[in-house]
Design a protein around this ligand. Sequence first.
Ligand SMILES: NC(=O)c1ccc[n+]([C@@H]2O[C@H](COP(=O)([O-])OP(=O)(O)OC[C@H]3O[C@@H](n4cnc5c(N)ncnc54)[C@H](O)[C@@H]3O)[C@@H](O)[C@H]2O)c1
Length: 323
Amino acid sequence: MADAVSTPLREEKVAVIGSGLIGRSWCMLFACAGYKVSLYDVDPEQVSRALDDIRVQLEKLQEEGLPRGTLSAQQQLDRISPVGSVKDCLQGAFYIQECVPERLELKQQVWAELDSQVSGDVILASSSSALLPSLISEKLSNRSRFIVVHPTNPPFYAPLVELIPAPWTAEDVVPTTRTLMDCIGQDPIVLNREIDGFVLNRIQYAIMGEGWRLIRDGIVSVADLDRVMSSGLGVRYAFVGPFETAYLNADGFVSYCDRYRDMIYRVQRSAGDPELMDGDTMERVQSGMEQVAGPVSELDSRRQWRDRRLLGLAKLKRDLSEK
Ligand SMILES: NC(=O)c1ccc[n+]([C@@H]2O[C@H](COP(=O)([O-])OP(=O)(O)OC[C@H]3O[C@@H](n4cnc5c(N)ncnc54)[C@H](O)[C@@H]3O)[C@@H](O)[C@H]2O)c1
């Protein structure tokens, strides 16, 4: 959560393209930090739904005494303007955050349109989860301004943002974007070069792959596998990552390697090949999750349950002055 220092009402404007789950989160993050935000979606009803949802979320945060920054819910809402065209959205913006669905052809098409309407130093940021920035931006005339800025879902409670430049991204784009992310209370990391899946999803998919094999082979139930994270690894990962864990679990990292490298290597070598997630194991995970998280028809209440806990964790981290 951003520190409760006085939040300035800034004159600079951010353009958000796409008002789904991620677009509305970006709107809140920029508005909470005092930026003006223009929101465009190809489906105008989506924009209305997004504004309703943002209002509910901001008011709830205010009621619970957990707003980001010092602006009231109404002041934050007033920073967000729905617009009916791409042109109006981009007008005067210093930064564009694109949040359209994760399909390469669609992203390329949307960026071709945005590219034809921008000039100067505007930063062109995509929220893509895994598409390589070079593939999205290779044909853009302003491709030196392009970068992927990948948030963690839900961005309002999980501040990590991955910054992934394309090979042709200009030198100033990463530091400027990093400063902007710091300013809105997010926690940016920088990839030195692009790689499929970036870092967060590569790690997430490695965990999922091993979990899949353990469930497939009948070693552990679906519910117990998830508890390895929620009651075990995840608890400490909320504060220290795997390498700091290792560093602390011995007398430094060299000592950890001396003690455990052979065992770790043996176990790592025993992991199987990746498998397409399908068939009987997929059905078992689905029914296991129905037991844990309830039926698909009631996912909203489980999401609210999750978000309340993430909010509590964010509050704890804020009280401890940690991101
Ligand atoms: N959902 C996540 O967990 C998550 C996390 C991190 C990043 N992302 C990435 O963020 C991006 C958006 O994901 P989302 O979950 O918000 O998707 P979403 O489907 O919830 O929202 C996408 C929005 O884009 C709009 N849209 C479609 N075509 C458009 C166009 N041509 N112009 C303007 N708007 C258009 C849709 O109407 C919709 O409102 C994707 O690239 C996704 O990979 C998602």
